[in-house]
Design a protein around this ligand. Structure first.
Ligand code: 5GP
Ligand code: ZN
Length: 115
């Protein structure tokens, strides 16, 4: 299930510490190290799948069904004015970790550093 040399698989296994936002049998959500905006959260399937092109429909379904709940937890904690959901696929499109993930980016206003 887990993939050798994958940072996110190591995070799921607890070998790399992370700030957990949500967890169940299929999904893990945690704060992004980079915090592009305050509350910047990554949502990942526990099953290692590389990108949108190889993501299995069942994995997508189990992941996305929890996105509203995670967005609401962020909303409650950080009270953003809005929130973007971003997903980079392949290096050309900005993907740097090749374990599928969604970025949840709370938007706090012009000062939030996200164009
Ligand atoms: P990508 O560029 O692939 O769309 O996003 C990967 C994200 O993973 C980046 O925003 C980066 O900050 C984040 N990231 C990389 N390594 C770690 C880590 O060890 N811990 C956490 N919390 N985030 C990480
Ligand atoms: Zn992985």
């Amino acid at each position: 299930m887990s993939h050798e040399n994958c940072i996110f698989c190591s995070i799921i296994q607890g070998d790399i510490p992370s700030a957990k936002v949500f967890e169940n049998d299929d999904v893990y959500a945690f704060l992004d190290l980079s915090q592009v905006t305050e509350g910047h959260t990554l949502v990942i399937p526990k099953k290692h799948e590389e990108d949108i092109f190889s993501l299995q429909p069942e994995t997508a379904a189990s992941l996305f069904r929890h996105v509203p709940e995670i967005a609401n937890a962020i909303d409650k904690t950080f009270s953003p004015k809005g929130l973007n959901v971003v997903n980079n696929n392949r290096e050309y499109a900005g993907q740097s970790v090749f374990h599928y993930h969604l970025h949840l980016l709370p938007r706090h206003g012009d000062e939030d550093g996200f164009a």
